[in-house]
Design a protein around this ligand. Structure first.
Ligand code: ATP
Length: 231
């Protein structure tokens, strides 16, 4: 469904992503693992139209979307849940969700109801300013906002970041539930333990290159992954 080939991205002279290639199969939950500064966010931002890659292709259902403007990437069917969540604090939960609705694909379903079904907590707090939500609730809102565009592939940048372990579990349970409903998902994570407990397939990125890939079981047994990411 999503096929990235030889993607290269820089910040001036700094080469953050060095020719990486990977695929995300339709209906899968795939992860990219890596430590701080490995190039995970740059990879996702390059795919999502927020950073212009200097080379490579990003094929979504057969079309190359690598050079499209952000709004056209969203219309093509990719939605990013950014690191740090970036909810619009003064707007209510519902306003944040509805704002995003306009940028998405022309869907037919009642996406607001779907988001509230997935996250009943957001429904309870729909009229409250988003800035008053807890970190976990803001992460739910950020995921809900991305879902409002009815993405073919949902991209999540470190959904566990800054959350208490019990809240990380709640967020990942929702990610799994979404995937079971058929949503194709790509997550980048530093938290290898939780990511490998839910994914179908994983890639490990180091200094802008994919160094290992495989099923979660194979990655868990890989000595390098064990030492570097699973302690
Ligand atoms: P983190 O978990 O810290 O977000 P990451 O794996 O997502 O790490 P990136 O944020 O993609 O890594 O960063 C990859 C490399 O690019 C790092 O060396 C980083 O210092 C550099 N980098 C990232 N953003 C910028 C920027 N705006 N300007 C210059 N260099 C950057």
């Amino acid at each position: 469904m999503l096929s990235v080939s030889d993607l290269t991205a820089s910040y001036g002279a700094i080469r953050a992503v060095r020719g990486i290639s990977f695929t995300v199969a339709s209906g899968s939950l795939s992860v990219i693992l890596g430590s701080n500064g490995a190039g995970k966010s740059t990879t996702l931002r390059s795919i999502a139209g927020l950073h212009r890659p200097i080379g490579g292709s990003v094929m979504l259902d057969g079309s190359n979307i690598a050079r499209l403007a952000l709004h056209n990437v969203v219309r093509a069917g990719l939605a990013l849940v950014p690191e740090g969540r970036m909810v619009v604090a003064p707007l209510t939960v519902e306003e944040n969700l509805l704002l995003s609705r306009f940028s998405g694909r022309k869907g037919t379903g009642d996406t607001l109801a779907r988001v509230f079904d997935l996250f009943p907590r957001l429904k309870e707090r729909r009229t409250q300013p988003s800035g008053l939500l807890s970190g976990g609730e803001q992460q739910m809102l950020a995921i809900g906002r991305a879902l409002m565009t009815e993405p073919r592939v949902l991209l999540l940048d470190e959904p566990s970041m800054g959350l208490a372990p019990s809240i990380v579990d709640v967020v990942f349970e929702a990610i799994v539930a979404l995937n079971r409903q058929g949503q194709t998902i790509l997550v980048v994570e530093q938290n290898a333990a939780i990511a490998l407990s839910v994914c179908d397939y994983g890639y490990v990125i180091k200094r802008g290159e994919i160094v290992v890939e495989g099923t979660p079981q194979a990655l868990r047994e890989n000595p390098e992954v064990l030492e570097a990411y699973l302690g």
